[in-house]
Design a protein. Structure first.
Ligand SMILES: [Ca+2]
Ligand SMILES: [Ca+2]
Ligand SMILES: [Ca+2]
Ligand SMILES: [Ca+2]
Length: 324
């Protein structure tokens, strides 16, 4: 496997029954401590246990390679090295110390559904660590809180497998709290360090959108204010009835409403591309006529899911063809 920062978007599988069907795509990433592009930010030290993202952590710094005790194990097959906020342990040496490592493993596109990850996050530290994968508690090694028994947790590398649901639209974070047990007060007598290797691949299905569904390419005679139909296309993994139709926008312009007393959103459901999956069609209103700039070749369609489906903010960029 190629090491270092790898974020490749690949077409994994594509079986089209008709134009406009969903694409199955994916990506991969390998991040490890001490690489030229360090994905980890470190916060602390602080002197009581804090959860990840607690305001008490203050500002973080990019993690850097640190002094390594000869007994600390490396991760087999990985070039990862031990990291910390400083080369030698900083702060009050000899006290219980906590650090928070946040590993930013990148974004999943805002039109992704059925995200299926596979891979692992391997971690070890001196002395104890607790690991979350995008907010899911993956596991703990040693006494991260309370009284401790120093039984050489620094010798054991934990491997946490990614599970369905671990990767999400938007930024994806791995969080690790590392505690250095109180003890010797010399820098090399009670050192701390953290090592990780994140290696994953994933697939997802893209939700497609279509301006002026049925006209291909989406030719628009856009000479000022008016309405334009926009379709959000359903697929095997995406039921358009989960969309809050009132939230759909095109380049920020909102869906029209009809009726004054009991206004209803101008939205309807039909299979606009004949793929067997129902699509949501809304009428976007452009009262100023400036929603699509002259020369534009694409627009951004955005929406949020209904609260009972997580309220997720999603969006898709789709091609258009302006005609005068
Ligand atoms: Ca222990
Ligand atoms: Ca360990
Ligand atoms: Ca230690
Ligand atoms: Ca359809």
């Amino acid at each position: 496997m190629k090491r270092g920062l790898v974020l490749a978007v690949i077409v994994v599988a594509l079986v089209l029954m008709s134009a406009g069907s969903a694409f199955a795509v994916g990506g991969s990433a390998n991040y490890y401590s001490g690489s030229a592009i360090e994905a980890a930010t470190v916060y602390g030290p602080c002197y009581s246990y804090l959860a990840p993202a607690d305001a008490g952590w203050g500002a973080g710094v990019p993690a850097i390679p640190c002094w390594k005790h000869t007994s600390w194990p490396l991760i087999t097959g990985s070039p990862a090295v031990y990291i910390s906020n400083s080369f030698y342990i900083s702060g009050t040496i000899g006290a219980n110390q906590w650090r928070w490592y946040r590993i930013n493993i990148g974004n999943i596109p805002a039109n992704a559904v059925n995200i299926v990850p596979s891979g692992y996050l391997k971690v070890n530290s001196d002395n104890a660590d607790r690991t979350w994968i995008n907010g899911r508690l993956a596991g703990t090694d040693g006494e991260v809180e309370g009284a401790f028994v120093d039984n050489h947790e620094w010798a054991t590398i934990q491997s946490y497998a990614l599970q369905p649901g671990d990767l999400k639209i938007g930024p994806n974070y791995m969080d690790v709290i590392v505690r250095n047990y109180a003890g010797d007060s010399s820098a090399t007598g009670n050192p701390t360090g953290f090592i990780y290797d994140f290696s994953a691949t994933w697939t997802y299905t893209e939700v497609q959108t279509d301006v002026k569904p049925g006209s291909d390419p989406s030719a628009l005679n856009w000479n000022g204010a008016g309405k334009v139909p926009v379709a959000i296309l359903g697929n095997e993994y995406f039921d358009v009835h989960t969309v809050n139709a009132a939230t759909v926008t095109m380049n920020g312009a909102a869906v029209g409403v009809r009726g004054k007393k009991d206004p209803t959103v101008m939205a309807s459901y039909s299979d606009t591309n004949g793929d067997g999956y129902e699509d949501l069609v809304v009428q976007i209103v452009d009262t100023d006529g400036d929603v699509i700039p002259a020369g534009a070749t694409s627009v951004t369609i955005a929406w949020t899911l209904l609260p009972e489906f997580g309220g997720t903010a999603m969006s898709d960029v789709t091609d258009i063809k302006l005609v005068q």
